[in-house]
Design a protein around this ligand. Structure first.
Ligand SMILES: *Cc1c(COP(=O)(O)O)cnc(C)c1O
Length: 367
């Protein structure tokens, strides 16, 4: 789909003073503050049963007026995306592989019986929002403007069928260095009580429901001193799937990278696919295959697994120092100065922030 729409602009006053904004940008954390505007496109199915997108606009940020019977509030018909806009040293603003997010957004839309959005409209909506809110892009090390496109079923109707009125929106939130300052390996919790996805379910769609379903496991994790949860596929020899919102990689002692194959349960991470490419560029072997929790345990015990890390847009690459489980813990070896995950992380972040060459043409200019 290459269809485009013209966005109109209704601009607001700044919601906070320049001094308040500067204070926020100095230490934004993640997901706490939002910019002055939002991009919106409406979708409606007409009396003849033909659906179409219209009324593309940038408007002031604020609450959404919605009927209490709106389908999203009852049946969770919702999808989202997550990406970042980076300010480069020359002041220009770029985002990373937005076409890949647009394609994934439409894959999620099909699974949740929501309408597909033309890819051009998806990328334009980011550009339109960033154009009016670029004062909100932080410039600290590892900082960026987090962009959150999402689509919700707004039709007021309690019958169970795909909604005929839908709203697509983008909000933006300044984000600091995800882990603040230094990057140290994190412990994660192995959930054996809960699964994240099932075969034929919504595991590879980026939908709110998957996150709602992961929260009980996250509470369990927090009770064990962990912020993130690893999920397995109990119907497939306890194959490792992914974390609640990040994909996972193993670096073997011989330099081979192993990551779970995309089997329908796992999210097609843009960071995951970029790491695979950068590893291959370095001549490393990459295997997308099933890896079970037993192979992980034996790999750690036998010294075959050298590094374990998680990846996603928010935190880029996070080394996993320890997997805590109901019956004991598996501790990863300490990371050496030449750790593969840290080197790939530097390169990937360098491409995104404009200090490393964009050899694959992954960047798109937004402003
Ligand atoms: C968004 C997400 C990821 C990471 O995807 P990226 O495109 O790399 O940000 C991984 N797993 C889940 C479940 C996600 O929702």
């Amino acid at each position: 789909m290459t269809e485009t729409l013209q966005f109109t602009r209704q601009l607001s006053d700044h919601r906070v003073s320049a001094e308040q904004r500067a204070a926020i940008l100095a230490d934004p954390g993640f997901g706490n503050y939002f910019t002055d505007h939002t991009a919106v496109v409406d979708y409606k199915v007409d009396a003849a049963g033909i659906g179409g997108w219209s009324n593309a606009r940038v408007e002031p940020y604020g609450p959404i007026l919605m009927d209490p019977a709106a389908a999203v509030l009852h049946y969770g018909q919702e999808i989202f995306e997550g990406m970042k806009a980076y300010r480069h040293a020359d002041g220009s603003v770029w985002t990373f592989r937005p076409e890949a997010n647009a394609v994934r957004f439409n894959k999620s839309a099909v699974r949740l019986a929501l309408p597909e959005l033309p890819e051009g409209v998806f990328v334009d909506s980011l550009r339109e929002l960033v154009a009016v809110d670029k004062d909100w892009i932080p410039s600290g090390d590892g900082a960026a403007l987090y962009l959150r496109p999402f689509m919700i079923a707004t039709e007021a109707f309690l019958g169970v069928r795909p909604a005929r009125e839908v709203s697509y929106r983008v909000i933006a939130s300044p984000a600091g260095n995800y882990f603040g300052g230094e990057l140290k390996p994190v412990p994660i919790w192995l959930s054996t009580r809960y699964a994240r996805a099932g075969h034929g379910g919504t595991g590879e769609a980026k939908c709110g429901g998957n996150y709602a379903a992961s929260l009980a496991a996250q509470l369990e994790a927090e009770a064990h001193g962990c912020k993130q949860v690893l999920f397995l596929d109990p119907t497939n020899d306890n194959a490792v799937e992914e974390l609640g919102g990040m994909n996972i990689f193993f670096v073997f002692a011989d330099g081979t990278l192993v990551t779970p194959e995309l089997n329908g349960n796992i999210l097609h991470g843009v960071t995951r696919s970029s790491i695979i490419q950068l590893a291959k560029d370095r001549g490393l072997q990459v295997q997308e295959r099933k890896i079970t929790i037993d192979e992980w345990r034996e790999g750690i015990a036998g010294g075959r697994i050298a590094e374990v890390f998680a990846c996603g847009t928010a935190a880029v690459i996070t080394p996993i120092g320890e997997l805590k489980t109901e019956d004991g813990s598996m501790v990863s070896p300490p990371l050496g100065a030449d750790a593969v995950c840290m080197s790939i992380r530097r390169q990937l972040l360098g491409i995104q922030t404009g200090v490393e060459e964009d050899i694959h043409g992954w960047l798109t200019r937004l402003a």
